[in-house]
Design a protein around this ligand. Structure first.
Ligand code: ATP
Length: 510
């Protein structure tokens, strides 16, 4: 079953014990539930000259289950480690309950972390693993010397047993941790993290090491624990389905920037841009043009949509979910006629690839159409999601290094420099179709790694990341694999240069 079908199920009916709608925040937290317990303000993190998080702003409400979701390397763990105090921001400030925490060491922050690798103490039994942190803690007591004392044995036993009960391991205190299954070990790790009663629990891919069945069970357990504890959970995952099923709020990250912050249903139904649409569930994505209010054209057709307020002829991304396309037998009735290329039964529906107007549409339907059948695809206005294009041209700060040569991104490119002099600082505008990728890195002017590839109806839009921390977007007929090393060449004749103006071009210099 595709992620989409499962997700769709979640929003329409109860499924497997997971509550489809955001869970109400419980008990103690409820009086302050609309207050932000964490404020992330202008956080930037740079490692070795590479910007991993770029000016992030995020407020997290008390008691919420918030998930940081994004592809590998987008900066999720770094953000969590900044909140935990294992990293320091390069810029910006994090506040917990209104208090700036940059200078507060990890153990003094009201947070605790559960890691993917449980890191339990192998020589201690379950009880002692959970009790470990409590033994180091002190509690305020006005009768004690210095006004503080350690927890008593009875207090520790009471707290440990309560934590073990919460994770469903009340009879396991005496067990050797090595004798437990992966899921049970992860529960011990969670008990160890919650026993000190943190206000915020940080979970860094805590289910990543579990097999699928155990993972599903633990998802339900974690959700229940969240409801029972009433504290804030910040959960990191790259698994879209996990994020959408478990969270009150999902924060989608890509390349160190927040793409969208919303409730799961809204993220699915109303993705803010083509990246979110592609990353969450399956999508047909096209490059289109808004002809006027309520009319968009793509793949050579004009269709009615429900969007307005774009510039006349503004370039947009058009997203259509596979289940929103109606497929009917024979040509002529719908908007696009085509031929079924493949049909796969997915348990409750058929997923078909239909070639129409040179585009391979993914269509899901209860009805089966065998390969070779001529069909017509119908798309109602409500199913067409229009998104602003995030970027329409690559833009860099460069320097004219000779007649016909401009240097930027650590490479010297051949570009006509008429009207400019050697040494001039220039803004270099490189259209997406002016970039060429080469298989062999050595054949390019500079080297880069492929970080994204989106099919947009008639071409692939590929994103590559250079060794100097710059992105290039390329429109190309070729498909490139993620993480491939490639060379980057440029057709200088298509490039436009403008004299650099520090006031006007502030952002390009950063
Ligand atoms: P994953 O899902 O693979 O864990 P992620 O989204 O959690 O990825 P991060 O672990 O936050 O990503 O890493 C973001 C980027 O920062 C990566 O390119 C990573 O190599 C880099 N990075 C993280 N920690 C460090 C470090 N201590 N020094 C240098 N680079 C780092």
């Amino acid at each position: 079953m595709s992620i989409f079908t499962k997700i769709k199920g979640l929003f329409t009916k109860e499924s497997a014990g997971v509550t489809p709608q955001p869970a109400p925040v419980k008990a103690a937290a409820s009086s302050k539930k609309n207050e932000n317990i964490i404020e992330i303000k202008g956080i930037t993190k740079v490692f070795d000259g590479v910007t991993v998080l770029d000016n992030l702003n995020l407020g997290i409400k008390r008691g919420q289950f918030v998930t940081l979701l994004g592809p590998s390397g987008c900066g999720k763990t770094t953000l969590l480690r900044l909140i935990a105090g294992f990293e320091t921001p390069t810029e910006g400030e994090i506040f917990i309950e209104g208090v700036p925490i940059t200078n507060i060491p990890p153990y003094k922050r009201p947070v605790n972390t559960v890691f993917q690798k449980y890191a339990l103490f192998p020589h201690l039994n379950v009880f002692k693993n959970v009790a470990f942190g409590l033994k180091l803690k002190t509690v305020k007591d006005k009768n004690a010397k210095n006004g503080e004392r350690k927890f008593t044995k009875e207090e520790i036993a009471q707290k440990v047993n309560r934590a073990l009960k919460l994770v469903g391991l009340e009879d396991y205190g005496h067990r050797d941790v090595n004798s437990l299954s992966g899921g049970q070990q992860q529960r011990v790790a969670i008990a160890r993290a919650i026993v000190c009663e943190p206000k915020v629990l940080l979970l860094d891919e805590p289910l990543g090491a579990l097999d699928l069945k155990m993972r599903k069970e633990m998802q339900i357990e974690l959700k229940k624990m969240h409801e029972n504890l009433g504290i804030t959970f910040i959960f990191v995952t790259h698994d879209q389905e996990e994020a959408l099923t478990m969270s009150d709020v999902v924060v989608v990250l890509n390349d160190g920037s927040i793409q969208q912050i919303d409730r799961p249903k809204k993220i699915y139904d109303e993705p803010k841009n083509a990246f979110v649409a592609d990353f969450i569930g399956e999508s047909n994505i096209f490059s289109g043009v808004m002809e006027k209010d309520y009319v968009v054209s793509f793949l050579g057709k004009s269709l009615r949509c429900v969007d307005k307020g774009f510039e006349k002829n503004e370039k947009v991304d058009v997203v259509i979910r596979p289940e929103d396309i109606k497929i009917v037998d024979g040509a002529g009735t719908g908007h696009f006629d085509g031929e079924v290329l493949t049909t796969v039964f997915k348990g409750t529906y058929y997923e078909m690839i239909v070639l129409a107007n040179n585009y391979e549409f993914t269509v899901q339907s209860q009805a089966e159409f065998r390969p070779g059948r001529i069909v017509s695809l119908e798309i109602v206005p409500d199913s067409i999601h229009i998104m602003k294009k995030i970027l329409t041209i690559n833009k860099y700060l460069g320097k004219v290094t000779g007649d016909g040569y401009v240097t930027f991104c650590d490479g010297e490119f051949e570009i006509p420099t008429d009207g400019f002099e050697t040494g001039d600082e220039v803004v270099v505008y490189v259209p997406f179709d002016a970039v060429e990728l080469t298989d062999d890195e050595e054949d390019g002017v500079i080297g880069a790694a492929v970080t994204q590839s989106l099919y947009k109806g008639t071409y692939y839009q590929v994103q590559v990341y250079t060794d100097t921390d710059e992105d290039f977007y390329i429109d190309t007929a070729d498909e490139w694999d993620m993480d491939d090393r490639v060379g980057v060449k440029i057709d200088g004749a298509k490039v436009r240069l403008e004299k650099y103006d520090p006031e006007k071009d502030e952002e390009v210099a950063e």
